[in-house]
Design a protein around this ligand. Structure first.
Ligand code: GLU
Length: 271
C-alpha cells in the first residue's frame, strides 16, 4: 500500500503550487495523509490551518482524520534529538547570523549549499566544557556534525522516481537540527513524522529535492525506514517564477471567490 502525504506549513494561504502538490500526493497514494507543519510558532496561524482544510476539501481531497500537527510532536522530536546526541553527532553553536557572514567573508572562498554559504564550523572547535557552560546562559543552535555522521552511516542512496541516487551528506554542511527553545528543525521533524506516519512515498516540489540528502542521512542515523521519493516540477507563473504565499492573486481562496471551480484549478495547473 502506498502512503503519501501533503505537509503544508500554515504560514499563508494555499496557492496553485500547493494545489498541484496536494492533488499529486492524493492521486499517487492508496492512503493520503495531511500533516500540518506548524513548528514555526511565530509564523503559523490557526486561521491558515482552517483555510488549508477548507481549500483541500473544496478541491475534493479527503484524508485520514485527525491530521497530524507537528506542534503536538515535540516529545518525539526531543527523543530523536537525544539519539543523535547519544551518537556524539551534535554540538552547540553560539554564532549569530552576522558572525557567520563575517567568518564566511573572512575565509574568502566559502563552500555554498542549497541554502547559501555553509556554516564555517567555528563552534565545532569549542571545548565541550565551554560549550556546556555557555549553553546555560546564551542562546544557541544545535548543529549536526555531518562529516562524523556520514562516517558513521557509510555511503547512502535514496530512491527518486525508481532510481537510486547517491546521497551527498555534506551538501548543507553542519545543519541546525534544533535550537535552545525548540527540540527540532524542519529536517528532523519531517524525518521523524514520515516514519511515524508510515509514509512510503514522499511526493513534493523539486525545490525540496536537495533536502532529501540530509533527510536520508537522518533516517539512516535514527534507523528509520526509508520512503521512496518522487519530486515534481514546480508550477510557475507567467514570468517563470515559483508562486509565493505573498502573492494573494494565486491563492485558492481568491480564485474561488473570483468564480473559479475545482476543475478550473486543475486545468490551470495541468492536472
Ligand atoms: N512543510 C514544507 C513546506 O511547506 C514541506 C515539507 C515536505 O514536503 O517535506 O514547504
Amino acid at each position: 500500500m502506498i502512503v503519501t502525504r501533503f505537509a503544508p506549513s500554515p504560514t499563508g494561504l494555499l496557492h496553485l503550487g500547493h494545489a498541484y502538490a496536494a492533488i499529486t500526493a492524493y492521486e499517487c497514494g492508496d492512503d493520503f495523509l495531511l500533516r500540518i507543519e506548524d513548528i514555526d510558532k511565530g509564523r503559523s496561524r490557526d486561521g491558515f490551518i482552517q483555510a488549508i482544510f477548507f481549500d483541500l476539501k473544496w478541491l475534493g481531497l479527503s484524508w485520514d482524520e485527525p491530521s497530524l500537527r507537528q506542534s503536538s510532536r515535540m516529545t518525539a522530536y526531543a527523543e530523536a534529538l537525544a539519539s543523535l546526541k547519544a551518537l556524539g553527532l551534535v554540538y552547540p553553536c553560539f554564532c549569530t547570523r552576522a558572525e557567520i557572514a563575517a567568518e564566511v567573508a573572512r575565509a574568502g572562498e566559502a563552500q555554498h549549499g542549497p541554502d547559501g554559504p555553509l556554516y564555517p564550523g567555528t563552534c565545532k572547535l569549542l571545548p565541550k566544557e565551554e560549550g556546556l557552560r555557555r549553553m546555560a546562559r546564551e542562546n544557541f543552535a544545535l548543529r549536526l556534525d555531518v562529516t562524523k555522521a556520514a562516517a558513521l552511516t557509510g555511503p547512502l542512496r535514496f530512491l527518486e522516481h525508481g532510481h537510486r541516487h547517491p546521497v551527498d551528506p555534506l551538501r548543507f554542511g553542519d545543519i541546525v537540527i534544533a535550537r535552545k527553545d525548540m527540540p527540532t528543525s524542519y529536517h528532523l521533524a519531517v524525518v521523524v513524522d514520515d516514519a511515524f506516519q508510515r509514509v512510503t512515498l514522499v511526493t513534493r516540489g523539486e525545490d525540496l529535492l536537495p533536502a532529501t540528502h540530509i533527510q536520508r542521512l537522518l533516517q539512516a542515523l535514527l534507523k528509520l525506514p526509508e520512503p521512496a521519493y518522487a519530486h515534481h516540477a514546480l508550477v510557475l507563473d507567467a514570468q517563470g517564477r515559483k508562486f509565493s504565499k505573498r502573492d494573494g492573486a494565486v491563492a485558492l481562496q481568491a480564485l474561488r471567490e473570483a468564480g473559479a471551480t475545482p476543475s478550473d484549478i486543475r486545468a490551470r495547473i495541468g492536472l
